[in-house]
Design a protein. Structure first.
Lengths: 145, 175
């Protein structure tokens, strides 16, 4: 008779009951998955977490626990929190870059408006003199970097 | 932990004598019992002890901070925990990167419209010079999957998170 124990019960070398709480989420063909979460959280804690959750949410909960456990094994110091920190930094960097580029667009738009306005040659020469007519010269772009 | 000192938060919770070389004592002071309680609830004292003992002493402080952070996240969101935050942040970053790409394309459009020497274009109708920033963006090669925040997608972060900077700079993120 072939064994139908889940990965958790196989790990603990015990009989896997029909109502085993681990069985739906830790199939026998993936023993590493249970070993990973057990190493970080412990089977007892995982069982308690499962019991406290509605059945329809348990799959996602076990997926997230497995992911966090893998992160912790790969990075024993920072685990998943390290990824959160990295993302915060990326978010901050992207916000800064976006603000910079939006400022540049605003500047260019204002420049274009100014260029479209001159009605006399005097005005045009004034614009020329101030260098605004240089349009998108590199020296203006350098202001932003 | 000296003989006359108060036991650390972990030994208080576990109701045991706090030894001098208690592995928890430096990181779970008695004046903050909640900190250990939450870590114990999610990870278990035994597992935390093993994790700390496997780390060099100078890394244990950061390890405890990250464990507390993850435990708090799991208590707030018992289904997704920290992973929910990762998914959310990943989505935010993707959206910002898309906005950035559109904005950069817009600058390119503006530059193209005011390029003084466009021999092939100057003979055409002015409306052909007009360019839509988004169409310029889409005609390019930037075809990242923006907005993907489904759980399995973020698994790729585990292979890309080797950029670990000074942990002190990340203290503010633990809360």
């Amino acid at each position: 008779m072939t064994s139908t124990r889940c990965a958790a019960c196989k790990y603990f070398r015990r009989r896997c009951r029909p109502d085993c709480i681990f069985a739906p989420y830790f199939p026998a063909d993936n023993p590493q998955r249970f070993a990973c979460v057990h190493k970080i959280y412990g089977a007892s804690n995982i069982g308690k977490m499962l019991e406290e959750l509605p059945v329809e949410l348990r799959v996602d909960a076990m997926e997230s626990l497995y992911y966090e456990a893998k992160c912790r094994i790969q990075d024993p110091v920072y685990g998943c929190a390290g990824i959160v920190s990295l993302l915060h930094q990326e978010l901050h960097s992207a916000q800064s870059q976006l603000a910079k580029v939006q400022a540049e667009i605003a500047f260019l738009d204002a420049t274009n408006v100014a260029l479209a306005k001159p009605t006399s040659s005097a005005d045009a020469s004034l614009v020329q003199e101030n260098g605004i007519d240089q349009g998108l010269d590199d020296q203006f772009n350098m202001w932003f970097y | 932990m000296g003989s006359g000192s108060s036991p650390c938060a972990s030994c208080k919770l576990l109701r045991r004598r706090c030894a001098k070389d208690c592995v928890f004592a430096p990181y779970f002071p008695p004046d903050d019992p909640h900190k250990f309680a939450i870590v114990h609830k999610v990870f278990g004292a035994s597992n935390v002890s093993k994790m700390l003992q496997e780390l060099p002493v100078h890394q244990r402080g950061d390890a405890v901070s990250s464990l507390v952070y993850e435990a708090n996240a799991r208590m707030r969101d018992p289904v997704y925990g920290c992973v929910g935050a990762i998914s959310y942040l990943q989505n935010q970053v993707s959206q910002l990167q898309m906005q950035l790409a559109v904005a950069q394309a817009e600058i390119l459009c503006i530059q193209m419209q005011h390029e003084p020497e466009l021999p092939a274009i100057t003979n055409h109708h002015p409306s052909m010079i007009d360019c839509d920033a988004k169409s310029l963006l889409l005609s390019g090669s930037n075809t990242n999957d923006f907005g993907e925040q489904i759980m399995p997608q973020f698994l790729s972060y585990t292979s890309n998170n080797n950029i670990m900077q000074d942990p002190l700079k990340r203290e503010c993120h633990w809360t």
